[in-house]
Design a protein around this ligand. Sequence first.
Ligand SMILES: CC(C)(COP(=O)(O)OP(=O)(O)OC[C@H]1O[C@@H](n2cnc3c(N)ncnc32)[C@H](O)[C@@H]1OP(=O)(O)O)[C@@H](O)C(=O)NCCC(=O)NCCS
Length: 194
Amino acid sequence: MPVRLVDLTVDDIDTWLAPALDIYVAAMGYPRGTQAHRAPLWTDHTRRPGWQAVGAVETDTVDGSDRLVAIGYGYRGAPDQWWNQQLCAGLRLAGFTAPQITEITRDYFELTELHVDPARQGAGLGQRVLVRLLRDRLESSVLLSTPEVARDDNRAWRLYRRLGFDDLLRHFSFTGDPRPFAVLGRRLPMRADH
Ligand SMILES: CC(C)(COP(=O)(O)OP(=O)(O)OC[C@H]1O[C@@H](n2cnc3c(N)ncnc32)[C@H](O)[C@@H]1OP(=O)(O)O)[C@@H](O)C(=O)NCCC(=O)NCCS
């Protein structure tokens, strides 16, 4: 079925937020009900400077109805954000100097969420959403965190590596979450051939 990319806006959040959270919960394998906890946070994120979201919409060839099948969003990183503060603390712990931390965190886009409906994964959709999201960003880099997996070998890791993301932090623990994460990043803009 044909899939097209669309810019998701704050004005139509009532249309896309619920299906986007369903995709997130299914893609991450989180328990049902997680949607209700995340909805206020995702809504709050839309108010952050530089917030931008891209969706992938599949059109049913029989009845013409549209269905959201992927979502990606992020915003401009800033010192008053929890993730930024965690990152700075992690960089300090890892031995980065204050000037290095300033340089890394001065001007970046945080890729906050990227998820594809499990039934549509593995066909290049995540890459399309991510490339579209980063296409016109003016920040000098993009940073993200992703759970550590054995041998860096899952779809998320392969996608980030393919698009040139490098390690910034490995086996990093965010406060209140026992899982190890990696923080990855790359310079922007991205070459047009991705
Ligand atoms: C991570 C995720 C967003 C990637 O999206 P995706 O659409 O599944 O993956 P990609 O866009 O990278 O698709 C590429 C795969 O499709 C294949 N493919 C087919 N046509 C393609 C095309 N035109 N372009 C790129 N890849 C294509 C590739 O071979 C590749 O296979 P591989 O992943 O086995 O190496 C998605 O798998 C997902 O939601 N995972 C669960 C949630 C998650 O981990 N989110 C990220 C948290 S940080």
